[in-house]
Design a protein around this ligand. Structure first.
Ligand code: A3P
Length: 257
């Protein structure tokens, strides 16, 4: 998977009017025909909205709060990124159920098997200002993404949807509307910052789980910004500088509003 990430090209393409990495457009048929399974759990979001945070919360909930087991592999192996490439899809295929999968696709582009299998989706939305700032720094840090240019350039590209994974506004609105027709729990990053325990309980309920308070506290503690910043499973420190150059900015950059 790391090899595949290093080979990413920053070239951008377009699919049904949505700006995406050209690499995603090139293997679109494979991505779109992905076979979901009964019991799959999906974390969906626009980039930089707290996806990794939610991934870790979901993993711990599925593991009934077993922190030891949550350290088994880096987050991008534990939770395959649907549109990352063939290797990531192979990892997903070889995983036992229940799987947790990640996607940044806008709702109209997700594989139809998601809805055929009635998967549970947790969508995380973050306000566009913080999302945009985070995405700007991420472009500088992720060596496989295009140079964002100066802030003014990036700002106008973001506002016109000419960034990878397309228009923020269409993304959050599309998933908001879809929640009335599918099993989608819509969560806000800002609510997670305000009261992470409350939001974790919502996710637990959505997944049909109920834990005693000590387990909830364990999940809460393990998924705090401070813990995640120091956790090699989620802070991407295992990636070489040629992929994520964290001397530019850390992946766990600010973690605030
Ligand atoms: P900042 O760059 O604003 O700090 P994603 O996982 O979707 O790429 O989102 C990354 C953003 O979520 C980063 O925002 C990162 O710091 C923040 N984040 C990750 N884990 C977090 C946590 N446990 N608490 C708060 N924010 C977190």
């Amino acid at each position: 998977v790391v090899q595949e990430m290093s080979n990413f090209s920053p070239d951008m393409g377009e699919l049904q009017g949505v700006t995406l990495l050209q690499g995603i457009c090139d293997i679109w048929d494979t991505i779109y025909n992905f076979q979901a399974r009964d019991g799959d759990i999906v974390v969906a979001s626009y980039p930089k909205s707290g996806t990794t945070w939610m991934q870790e919360i979901l993993d711990l909930i599925v593991l009934d709060g077993d922190v030891e087991r949550s350290l088994r592999a880096p987050c991008f192996i534990k939770v395959p990124f649907l549109e990352m490439g063939h290797t990531s899809l192979e990892v997903a295929d070889s995983m036992p159920s229940p799987r947790i999968l990640k996607t940044h696709l806008p709702v109209q582009l997700v594989p139809p098997s998601f809805w055929e299998k009635d998967v549970k989706v947790v969508y995380v939305a973050r306000n566009p200002k913080d999302c945009m700032v985070s995405y700007y720094y991420f472009h500088k840090m992720d060596q496989t993404m295009a140079d964002p240019g100066n802030w003014e350039d990036f700002f106008s590209n973001f506002m016109s949807g000419k960034v990878t994974w397309g228009d923020w506004f269409d993304h959050v609105i599309g998933w908001w509307k879809a929640k009335d027709h599918h099993k989608i729990l819509y969560i806000f990053y800002e609510d997670m910052i305000e009261d992470p325990r409350r939001e974790i309980l919502k996710v637990m309920k959505f997944l049909g789980k109920d834990f005693p308070e000590d387990v909830v506290q364990k999940i809460l503690q393990h998924t705090s910004f401070k813990s995640m910043k120091n956790n090699p499973v989620v802070n991407f420190s295992c990636l070489p500088e040629s992929v994520f150059d964290q001397s530019v900015t850390s992946f766990m950059r600010k973690g605030k509003l």
